[in-house]
Write a new protein. Structure first.
Length: 109
């Protein structure tokens, strides 16, 4: 996983996943790290991989067991910027999702 940001108020981490399934890449969103990449050796990855910005989680500090490598702050900032820009992208309109959602349930009682 890649640590993207520390979040308030408890200092938990927003992280994204890493996968070797390069065919799952979302163009303009996910990033590949391959053997020829200047950061590949420092990343600790063993194979070409995909940083999956669509695979997010929030984890407490206690869930982080160790570090296998690192990425540059430039790449991390670029990943965060891509993530922040995504909701404004035309392809991210929720109009195709809302009609399929079930109506809210009436409160019990």
């Amino acid at each position: 996983m890649v640590l993207l940001r520390r979040l308030p108020p408890f200092g938990d981490f927003l992280v994204c996943g890493i996968s070797t399934q390069l065919h799952q890449r979302v163009a303009g969103f996910d990033e590949e790290i391959v053997a020829g990449d200047p950061e590949f050796a420092a990343s600790g990855l063993k194979a070409a991989s995909l940083i999956r910005l669509g695979f997010l989680a929030v984890l407490p500090d206690s869930a982080l067991l160790g570090r296998i490598g690192s990425l540059s702050s430039t790449r991390r900032l670029r990943l965060v910027a891509s993530l922040c820009a995504w909701p404004a992208a035309p392809s991210c309109a929720m109009t195709d999702v809302w009609p399929r959602l079930p109506p809210p349930r009436e409160p019990a009682g």
